[in-house]
Design a protein around this ligand. Sequence first.
Ligand code: ZN
Length: 441
Amino acid sequence: MSHELFPGIRSAADCVGWADEAWALMQRLYPVCRSITGDGVRETLAVVGERIALQLHEVPSGLPVFDWTVPQEWNVREAWIKDPAGQKVVDLRDHSLHLMSYSTPVHARMPLSELRAHLHSLPDHPDWIPYRTSYYREAWGFCLPHRQLQALPEGEYEVFIDSTLAPGHLSYAECVVPGRSEQEFLVFTHICHPGLCNDNLTGIAVATALAAALAQGPTPRLTYRFVFAPGTIGSITWLARNEARLGAVRDGLVIGLLGDRGPLTYKRSRREDAGIDRLAEHLLPQLAPGTRLIPFSPYGYDERQLCSPGFNLPVGRLTRTPNNEYPQYHSSADDFDLIDRQALAESMAACATLLRAADREGRYLNLNPKCEPMLGKRGLYRPTGGGHPGEFEHALLWVLNQSDGGRSLLQIAQRSGLAFDTVADAAQALEEVGLLRLHED
Ligand code: ZN
């Protein structure tokens, strides 16, 4: 009997139903005005919490977290600009990107010349609204299409931002699927972006689908911890509050940007040869031949913190086109048109493949190492001799021969040329008849 995770998920075609559910979740979350703190984050976590069991954490503003401090909580109720004729020309209600995140409250009248210093646009993409934030410097601003900015008439404008920046909390949540071992697989995704699809709704939706499927499936070997937290300050806060138990993290993935039409891109951990790096390098090109493998760099998403030298966690990153490498990045053009359901399904299959393989990967010990054990009497070898052994029989022999506690199943797959899953199936069969046991954990 197989205990493997995500049974039936082998390719993108098997993930079409998941991708449809992810799409629906993204549509529900798209209008929510998220930031690094505040009610938009809570609402997002509440919606995710309808699908998977979440533990919510509220960390008070002002708490020191390494070199940082948990910021004040930001909430906004209303924000708009009225032109000299009294018409609302920019309104937060129309798009959550219209307001610079963490804008301080303001209610003032001013000429266009003065207002311009607070308006952000993208001259190279005049129909898109940029995404701007000012988390750590008190300021206010609006974002709008460049074409609209250029057409604004001179005169006196009224600006109104009904926001609060006050002591409160930073919210993040975890979903833990307990395994037989306390060793953990960490899946980290950021949740702080407002109306942007690829950059961060795909990550939230894929993490939710994986956690839901794991919770319904067979008990995994590893414990799976999904963290939904704001980018940078969220991972820094999570690390500060979990430092004592980071030794349990055996593998991990930062995920996001999983729905665009670019190829899958796996970014190695800072270690470059962590278990997850080796699994990704071997398995992802088999699943998606266009997969790109890129080296670690200290730029990107929360791998910046998880792979900082004081932690150096064995955590890689899976995206499609990386941050800053597609024109729609951090603009209103990162919308549902940018997302391809087929690509999203492939990303989900890739995540499922890596989690399943990590759950099966390990070093084993042959408990009958002196000559080959008799497999036939244990029902593991065909009763009729003379023919060539099949793949599975080959895998049994390879696993028995190489399992001296030094070589992992992945290494045996690479040395033998057999599929990783065939080797893992053989190890499981040998373990079940008492010829093999795990040499770690
Ligand atoms: Zn981003």
